[in-house]
Design a protein around this ligand. Structure first.
Ligand SMILES: Cc1cc2nc3c(=O)[nH]c(=O)nc-3n(C[C@H](O)[C@H](O)[C@H](O)COP(=O)(O)OP(=O)(O)OC[C@H]3O[C@@H](n4cnc5c(N)ncnc54)[C@H](O)[C@@H]3O)c2cc1C
Length: 454
């Protein structure tokens, strides 16, 4: 997970001067790269240019927790957004998308450590027990059973700790070394003739009859532009108010394979609990534990500032949660920590939309579940960019950005108040106390995480 951006591929140049493309993709993370690859598959002769402000893969795609998840846990939100039939279709397709990452890595020799060993969705305090029940029941009513119920002892055994009191298991989820996957996608894109320019941020978007993307030293004019910038898309006026940028923090231990094995934590499994400021973790192939926590800090105006890059300022607090949840790791030192931005939409689902004209398209709002779903994002954005009428361009996630977030400064100030209430509620629940009425009410205003908020 700490591995540098390595997958052997030539340096990508900085954009300099004028270029013309069929499609210009702004942002070289999973979303941008899957989109580029899909366009290349559908129209091999199309000239595709990808611009990244830093390096392709240096955003959330290169530094996430490595959980490649489906949409099954978001089924209720999907049903609300696009109806039962489409929710089922998207969730099923999201499961195929996870497997397709493994196929892609095998086919292209990407050593991403992809393992489809499943995801444990657990409760780490009594208040969380059954957090999955409504989702599981709705799925059962629809004839789907992606979550297997487990006895509490089995949950604790698979999670390597008795702090996990109950849970369900989804076999379709996988884990992956995120940066290796991102750099592998970049290499394959270059091999296929997709042009990537790095250290080439979009600094201006010319909304002229033929769109133009300006960078400090050049410009790309294109018949279609795809914004795949994750939370950095807050620089566009249409998107700024449509999501909240919130930090997620990860700590990584030094190798401790014997401790992990003694605890029963097997490489390949991924584990999340059911709090809003979610704890998520997985053992890595080199015997470390990668442990993340959601809900770090909020960005004013959703803009990604410097506090969303580099080592985590909350590493000590995140590590304290890790040692508490996995006592077997007591004393194992940290090797690294980092932070990154989450583009959280109000309903916890991504959206794919045109921005006032059919040739200007954006896809974001993955809300912390983008590793698997960005494969679908690539198919959707490619179909939209090529103006194809198909199951992707017509799918239920092609929609205006969901509304409901207040404007600034209310979004930031309100967000901080809600975040503090969530933290108080979760501390109370961890201590076995009832949260206050006001904290319950305030918590209900937070965009949903894994658990639908009532
Ligand atoms: C700490 C952390 C842990 C996470 N854990 C998980 C997980 O375990 N499982 C999961 O499914 N999801 C997880 N996520 C979310 C997941 O990483 C993202 O949803 C996914 O990587 C989104 O990919 P993307 O391509 O949309 O965004 P990114 O990978 O962030 O790509 C956006 C790109 O845009 C570039 N950019 C920014 N501004 C400009 C500009 N002006 N011009 C050009 N380029 C620009 C950036 O440099 C960046 O490379 C996590 C995220 C974080 C931050």
């Amino acid at each position: 997970m700490r591995q540098a951006l390595t997958d052997a591929a030539p340096e990508a140049p900085q954009l300099s001067g004028e270029e013309t493309a069929d499609i210009c993709i702004v942002g070289g993370g999973y979303t941008g790269l899957w989109t580029a690859l899909r366009i290349n598959e559908l129209e091999p002769s199309a000239r595709v240019i990808v611009l990244d402000a830093v390096l392709a893969g240096s955003g959330a795609s290169g530094r996430n927790g490595g959980f490649a998840m489906t949409f099954w846990h978001h089924f209720l939100a999907l049903e609300r957004a696009c109806g039962q039939a489409e929710a089922l279709r998207l969730a099923r397709t999201s499961a195929e998308a996870v497997s397709s990452i493994g196929d892609f890595c095998r086919e292209h020799g990407i050593d991403s450590g992809f393992r489809a060993d499943g995801w444990l969705w657990t409760a780490t305090n009594r208040a969380q027990i059954g957090a999955w029940a409504k989702t599981v029941e709705a799925l059962e009513r629809s004839g789907e059973t992606p979550f297997a119920p487990l006895a509490p002892a089995e949950v604790a055994a698979r999670a390597g700790s008795e702090r996990h009191l109950a849970g369900v298991f989804e076999a379709g989820a996988a884990t992956v070394q995120p940066a290796v996957l991102a750099r592998g996608l970049r290499r394959v894109a270059l091999e296929r003739g997709i042009e990537i320019f790095e250290r080439s941020p979009m600094v201006g978007l010319e909304r002229t009859p033929v769109l133009g993307v300006r960078t400090p030293h050049g410009r790309v004019r294109a018949r279609g532009v795809v914004i795949a910038m994750n939370a950095w898309a807050a620089s566009l006026k249409e998107l700024r108010g449509r999501f909240v940028t919130i930090a997620s923090d990860v700590v990584l231990t030094e190798p401790a394979p014997d401790r992990l094995e003694a605890a029963g934590l097997r490489n390949g499994i991924s584990i999340s609990d059911s709090r809003l400021m979610v704890h998520y973790y997985r053992p890595t192939s080199d015997g470390r534990l990668a442990f993340g926590k959601g809900g770090g800090n909020l960005a004013y105006g959703s803009r990604v500032g410097e506090s969303f890059n580099g080592p985590s300022p909350r590493a000590a607090a995140v590590a304290a949660h890790m040692y508490e949840l996995e006592p077997a790791l007591a004393g194992v030192p940290l090797a690294a920590s980092w932070v990154g931005p989450i583009d959280r939409s109000i309903d916890g689902l991504p959206f794919f939309t045109t921005l006032g004209r059919p040739d200007l398209i954006a896809g974001l709002g993955f809300s912390g579940n983008g590793v698997g779903p960005s494969v679908l994002g690539g198919r959707i954005l490619a179909s939209m960019a090529l103006e194809r009428e198909d199951q992707w361009s017509r799918c239920g996630l092609v929609r205006p950005p969901p509304r409901g977030l207040p404007p600034e400064p209310l979004r930031y100030l309100g967000g901080r108040i809600v975040r503090a209430a969530v933290a108080r509620r979760e501390r109370a629940e961890d201590a076995g106390r009832n949260p206050t009425w006001i904290d319950r009410r305030l918590t209900a205003l937070a965009p949903p995480g894994l658990v639908p908020v009532d």
